[in-house]
Design a protein around this ligand. Sequence first.
Ligand code: NI
Ligand code: MN
Length: 229
Amino acid sequence: MAIQIKWLGHAGFQLDIGNHTVLIDPFLTGNPLAAVPAASLSADFILLSHGHGDHVNDTPAIARRTGATVVANFEVGSWMREKQGLENVHTLNPGGGVALPFGRVELTIAHHSSSLPDGSYGGQPNGILIFTDEGPVLYHAGDTTVFYEMQLIGAHGIDLAMLPIGDYFTMGIEGSLQAIKFIQPRAVIPMHYNTFPPIMQDVSEWAQRVQNETEAQPIVLDPGGIHQL
Ligand code: NI
Ligand code: MN
């Protein structure tokens, strides 16, 4: 069965894996490039990389409406449970994972910061690995700079990486090219760019450099755009 990946804008994705709908870092409300309104999304699972508002703000409402299970680190997950009243929450930490009906979800390290919208401590920020039951392995790096341990993440054999390229809050184009050399994914989708003035990027320049300087296939989506694996 195919895996469909839709970019929701910013770091947000909707993955349709078999008959399961999985959201990663959905951020629609207050996102000038949002693909769809948050209220239109369905979800069985919501995976969160860290506690910043541009990754978690829409999750309480989507999870309450859909009953989706949230997967996050211990601090973000506990905040969703205790402060937002969500019942279905997995609270992981790096290297740990959980078997879900579409595959295993595991948190990785990321180098960034993490606090919740009310100022609560958000724990360590994360990347997200998804070992789908269908076969493909997906890696959403979250907000991060490039780091050497991306080689270990790449050793899993990554079919598709979702990497920030916006600069300012995360790695930019230069860092993402180094990250691609460490991870060696088959294909890579850029994210976390153009949403706000500080993270404007020339994504066609990025794609050209990925073609010229790495072995990966660059996949540039518009918000709402879909890639099939
Ligand atoms: Ni962040
Ligand atoms: Mn962010």
